[in-house]
Ligand binder design. Structure first.
Ligand code: PLP
Length: 445
């Protein structure tokens, strides 16, 4: 396709597909025609290394023929049936069976959705329903963290801890409270003498529970590694303390592993790093490597037993048309086979170390404030001054654009550039990310 074709596609895109986007944020989109491995090929002849795996999800890489074949075979047989009202289908049963206990011991029951926002909404509704069944209907509030991203349904918008999402769509949905996230580079809460950031952030959670009243709090939700909020890797003492606090106050712990699930951080699921288990797990994205729309929650056996014991009149009324979509679940099964065969957690550990070590060599640039990561999810924080750590979002966009000009796609999130490439990436391609980013930084320096 020619450059002229691309201009025409972009004009159509802006008029008919993206008129709701601010022209500046959608000024010159990549019109992608084809992908292979970590590479995207655009209609105007560019070849771009996608160091974000789409939206942190295309872990198996683009153009995977096994996944395409799995979708095709299942669609020929049966693309869809209802997953409730007296029906079910084989791929959804097989995938739920495969996932039973896969992420965490004791989480054996899956409820499928089409994506991550629906998963978190389902987690909130399940937590409320659970406490009603337990005779504690006053427990309905959800505590989340500042900077968290949990999705765009009305409920998850207000669970999200990013202010601009709230002002846009207020008035606020009641019952969502935010506490500081354990950000070792710039913690915004109070750290008392002798306290670690992890302890301070855990204390902030406990104080919020006590302030609201434990008898009003249904759940606490957290991304094990915060993604959209700037790739925040928590200190090791944080989640074990969180688990203790949730247990002490009868608050369910929801792990939003929509980004971190299925190997991204070097463990199949990220709370494993700290030997912690949630009561409810939200997953999506990498369950199919983005080849089909699928997400879900897994619930603990205790929650399942409580749900099961409800009378017919009070039975759990929740389900999406596409819950347990046959084709999506068949793709999920094939993707799991690939991830296990290729040992994705080990790959993410090894290649993630290589990427982080490489990115750390760029810390000498005067505008690089912090470089961090866990497995194959990394963040480079851009500041105008290393000493004051003053955030520099404008410089972040400059570096991002300079990298894109050099065929490297990352993602600017506030003043952090995020890197979350396909786990199928090779060592040479990891080195290519560092090389191209370094060249971009040289150019803007
Ligand atoms: N939770 C987290 C941590 C996410 O990063 C996202 C999306 O990026 C979501 C939830 C929402 O998922 P979806 O966009 O599939 O609805």
């Amino acid at each position: 396709m020619s450059k002229q074709d691309t201009i025409q596609w972009i004009e159509k895109d802006k008029k008919q597909l993206h008129p709701t986007y601010h022209p500046k944020s959608h000024a010159n989109p990549l019109v992608v025609e084809r992908g292979e491995g970590v590479w995207l090929y655009t209609t105007d002849g560019r070849k771009v290394l996608d160091a974000m795996a789409g939206l942190w999800n295309v872990n198996a890489g683009y153009g995977n023929q096994e996944l395409a074949q799995a979708a095709y075979e299942q669609m020929k047989l049966l693309a869809f049936t209802s997953n409730f009202s007296g029906m079910t289908n084989l791929p959804s049963i097989r995938l739920a069976d495969k996932l039973a206990g896969f992420a965490y011991e004791g989480l054996n029951t899956t409820f499928f959705t089409s994506g991550g926002s629906e998963a978190n909404d389902s987690a909130f509704k399940t937590a409320r329903y659970y406490w009603k069944r337990k005779g504690k209907p006053g427990k309905y509030k959800v505590i989340a963290r500042k900077g968290a991203y949990h999705g765009v349904t009305l409920g998850t918008t207000f669970a999200t801890g990013l202010e601009k999402y709230h002002t846009m769509f207020g008035p606020a949905v009641e019952g969502y409270i935010h506490v500081p996230a354990p950000n070792p580079y710039r913690y915004e809460g109070e750290v008392r003498p002798g306290e670690t950031v992890g302890q301070a952030a855990a204390r902030a959670l406990e104080e919020a529970i006590l302030r609201e009243g434990a008898d009003t709090v249904a759940a606490f939700i957290a991304e094990p590694v915060m993604g959209v909020g700037g790739v925040i890797v928590p200190p090791a003492d944080y989640f074990p303390l969180v688990r203790e606090i949730c247990d002490r106050h009868e608050v369910l712990f929801i792990a939003d592993e929509v980004i971190t699930g299925f190997g991204r951080t070097g463990e199949w699921f990220a709370l494993k790093h700290w030997n912690v288990k949630p009561d409810i797990l939200s997953f999506a994205k990498a369950v199919t490597s983005g080849y089909a729309q699928l997400g879900g929650i897994q619930i603990s056996d205790a929650i399942r037993d409580t749900i099961e014991s409800a009378s017919e009149a009070e039975a759990y009324m929740h389900g999406y048309t596409y819950s347990g979509h046959a084709m999506a679940c068949a793709v999920g099964l094939k993707n799991l086979e690939i991830m296990e065969r290729e040992n994705f957690p080990q790959r993410a550990r090894d290649l993630g170390k290589r990427l982080l070590d490489g990115l750390k060599t760029l810390a000498e640039f005067p505008f690089v404030g912090d470089v961090r990561g866990l497995g194959l999810i990394c963040g480079v924080e851009i500041v105008s001054d290393k000493a004051s750590k003053a955030a520099d979002p404008a410089m972040t966009v400059k570096v991002y654009n300079a990298a894109l000009e050099r065929g490297l796609r990352s993602r600017p999130l506030g003043n952090t550039l995020a890197f979350s490439p396909p786990i199928a990436i090779t060592e040479d391609e990891v080195d290519e990310i560092v090389k191209r980013l370094g060249a971009a930084m040289d150019a803007v320096a």
